[in-house]
Ligand binder design. Structure first.
Ligand SMILES: *Cc1c(COP(=O)(O)O)cnc(C)c1O
Length: 423
């Protein structure tokens, strides 16, 4: 019988295999038919410490035995209070308020509504959002509106709202990007929304911390809110807890999700500075922040996040991340010697490179073929077009890491025709 399940980002018409996972542990997924797969992409960037981390699993079980779900409008509970206090403690001082939701997309929607609410409540309504080319902020209508336009959102484009876009800083283009931002800021937009240092879904594109710091300065000078979408870059991915740290940048609004619970259960937060919160505070009900989702601050999800934060407090997580970075670098250095590898790069635990170099139709299928090749060899990879990346859980061991890189090399060596094409 065919399954009634409609999978995300899946073309069911191609009949590609859909493995059934029955158990996860560390960096591995175990399937129903006894297969073991190395999760080289942290199950789409969520799993940080490793799958089924004992401390997080225990916190979920413990919380589930006491309180499941409560209304969060006008009510509160200890797991959310603890989590909010702890998030305020570990993030830069100006971020004083924590709004809960349940996915990266909703954390971005909340950030946009906070920014517009801020300006509206101050009596200077502003509605324009500035974003960066190739950005990704989720698949809701708002998330798509502030993200790159392409084949993945073409049918919906008439519904997406207009944004101002600054170019992605290709090498040597930093000044042009800053000039474009400066010009946009003169038009009094509500906010700049940006993925700090790494544009994830847009192709694991990196830009420098100094540029991020310059962009922040321009926003401050023009009184434009700075929203950092750290849904992917947060929780150590780039080598520090937050990518903004590397640039000494403090956003006005910060979006976190994915690794917030160590990747175990859905939860997101949008953190804001006092001025953003205060702009919504008055004795007028019409000025409250009109947003909620049913499962806002679910206690079980908050307990998982609290366990994640305890791991960060009590275990040498940053050392593990640095070590994984070094181990990735060794393997990347070897991979980079292959003739088909272009633009090899690493930031923290994230490694990426292009295969080949042009955008030909032939190459566009490289990612799909590599994904299938890896699947047959027990490795979960999901290249972005011809960009291959490795972003494993922090617990991955050398043997598994070797297998991941050997799989990529093995694929390249099977591609003699590509060698001819790009010789
Ligand atoms: C994944 C991602 C999102 C969307 O998060 P979901 O939980 O999938 O809704 C938003 N922004 C960035 C930068 C992301 O990587």
């Amino acid at each position: 019988m065919t399954s009634p399940v409609w999978h995300p980002f899946t073309q069911h018409g191609l009949g590609e295999p859909i493995p059934e996972v029955v158990r996860t542990e560390g960096a591995a997924l175990h399937t129903k038919d006894g297969g073991r797969f190395i999760d080289a992409i942290s199950s789409w960037w969520v799993t940080t410490h490793g799958h089924c981390h004992p401390r997080i699993m225990a916190a979920i079980a413990d919380q589930a035995g006491r309180m499941d779900q409560i209304i969060f409008a006008g009510w509160t509970h200890e797991p959310a209070e603890t989590l909010a206090r702890e998030l305020v403690r570990i993030t830069p001082d100006p971020l004083q308020h924590v709004f809960f939701s349940d996915s990266g997309s909703t954390s971005v929607e909340v950030a946009l509504k906070m920014a517009l609410g801020f300006w509206d409540n101050r009596g200077e309504p502003r509605h324009r959002i500035v974003v960066m080319e190739h950005g990704y902020h989720g698949d809701t209508i708002g998330g798509m509106s502030v993200g790159a336009r392409g084949v993945f959102n073409r049918p919906y484009q008439p519904l997406l709202f207009d944004v101002a876009t600054i170019p992605f800083p290709e090498p040597g283009q930093s000044q042009a990007v800053l000039d474009a931002l400066e010009a946009q800021c003169r038009e009094k937009p509500a906010a700049l929304l940006i993925e700090p240092l790494v544009l994830g879904a847009g192709g694991m594109k990196f830009y420098s911390a100094s540029l991020l710091a310059e962009m922040r300065k321009i926003c401050t000078a023009h009184n434009v809110l700075f929203i950092a979408d750290e849904v992917m870059t947060g929780w150590g991915r780039t080598g520090t807890l937050l990518a903004c740290e590397r640039a000494g940048v403090v956003p006005d609004i910060l979006c976190l999700s994915k690794g917030l619970t160590g990747g175990a259960i859905p939860l997101a937060v949008t953190m804001a500075t006092a001025p953003i919160f205060d702009a919504h505070v008055s004795d007028d009900r019409a000025r409250m922040f009109f947003h909620s989702s049913s499962y806002t601050a679910n206690p079980i999800a908050c307990a998982a996040a609290n366990a994640n934060l305890a791991i960060w407090r009590e275990e040498p997580v940053l050392d593990r991340i640095a070590d994984l970075g070094d181990r990735q670098q060794d393997r990347l250095d070897r991979l980079a010697t292959h003739a088909l590898i272009r633009n090899p790069r690493r930031l923290g635990t994230i490694v990426a490179a292009e295969i080949g170099g042009s955008e030909s139709a032939y190459l566009n299928s490289v990612g799909t073929r590599l994904k299938a090749f890896a699947l047959e060899r027990g490795v979960l990879l999901r290249p972005l077009g011809n960009t291959v990346y490795v972003m494993p859980p922090y617990c991955i061991d050398d043997t598994d890491l070797d297998t991941v890189y050997a799989t990529i090399t093995g694929f390249l060596e099977r591609e003699p025709r590509m060698g001819d094409l790009f010789a």
